[in-house]
Design a protein around this ligand. Structure first.
Ligand SMILES: C[S@@+](CC[C@H](N)C(=O)[O-])C[C@H]1O[C@@H](n2cnc3c(N)ncnc32)[C@H](O)[C@@H]1O
Length: 236
């Protein structure tokens, strides 16, 4: 996902290979140390209640924030909400953490981990006001389909972690993947698509949901159609 106009990460961002995440490299020294804005999950990442400072009632997670544009904008748009970006590629997480530090906000953090696993075993029931997933890797080859975020097993994970009336927000330029998400989420007994919420957050402006992200900007420039869905967690 290298973009020519973006600064390069301090070292090569490593993607997960063969279904496994790579945690081979520690964070190298950065010109601007992101300090407390970046946590390396490693083999035993801290639970959500250990990561997020006490006192935050509204916690939202973005899975795969890349270079962090949405998380940084959301910390500004929603100062009463704590934003955690969980990114598998440490190089991108480093860049995102530097941007967050530069923003001067203290209601956000980036964690290097596998976002789906983190939701599964480090987040308590109803901990989250929202989960954001924007332009997830589509893994178009059939043999790689199991690496997608939105496989059948994700529904109980989201239904447990998101609190009543909380939201799952999704955006993608990939029509096939968006169709899969609409089918999977649309068939869920715990969620309902909420078009009023989709309109509300888009009208509210950057950082509320869906926008801005680096991939969104690139795909808008290319004239691609972007599908954006909000699914509301029905009361338990
Ligand atoms: C196509 S990029 C989109 C980045 C960003 N959301 C945007 O819209 O600009 C997908 C991102 O998801 C990250 N990713 C892939 N699998 C992941 C996982 N299991 N957990 C967390 N992040 C993951 C990738 O490293 C990459 O940064």
């Amino acid at each position: 996902m290298a973009e020519p106009d973006e600064p390069r990460p301090a070292h090569n961002p490593r993607m997960h290979q063969g279904g496994k995440l790579s945690f081979r490299s520690r964070v190298q020294e950065l010109e601007e140390d992101p300090g407390e804005f970046l946590v390396l999950g490693g083999k035993n990442p801290p639970a959500l209640h250990e990561l997020v400072p006490a006192g935050w009632d509204d916690i939202e997670i973005e899975i795969g924030p890349g270079k962090g544009a949405f998380v940084v904008a959301a910390t500004e748009a929603k100062p009463d909400t704590f934003l955690l970006g969980i990114e598998a590629a440490s190089g991108y997480a480093e860049l995102a953490a530097v941007k967050l530090k530069q923003s001067g906000r203290d209601n956000g953090l980036f964690l290097v981990d596998n976002g789906k696993l983190y939701l599964q075993d480090r987040v308590d029931d109803s901990d989250l006001a929202a989960v954001h997933v924007y332009f997830p890797d589509p893994w178009p080859k059939r043999r790689h389909a199991g690496r997608r975020f939105f496989t059948d097993d994700v529904l109980p994970v989201l239904a447990r972690a998101i609190r009543d009336h909380g939201f799952l927000y999704f955006a993608s330029d990939n029509a096939a993947y968006a169709g899969q998400v609409a089918r999977v989420m649309g068939s869920a007994v715990d969620f309902v698509r909420d078009v009023d919420e989709e309109a509300r957050v888009l009208a509210a402006g950057p950082g509320h949901a869906f926008t801005p992200t680096n991939f969104e900007r690139k795909y808008i420039e290319q004239g691609r159609v972007i599908r954006r869905y909000a699914f509301r967690r029905l009361p338990r």
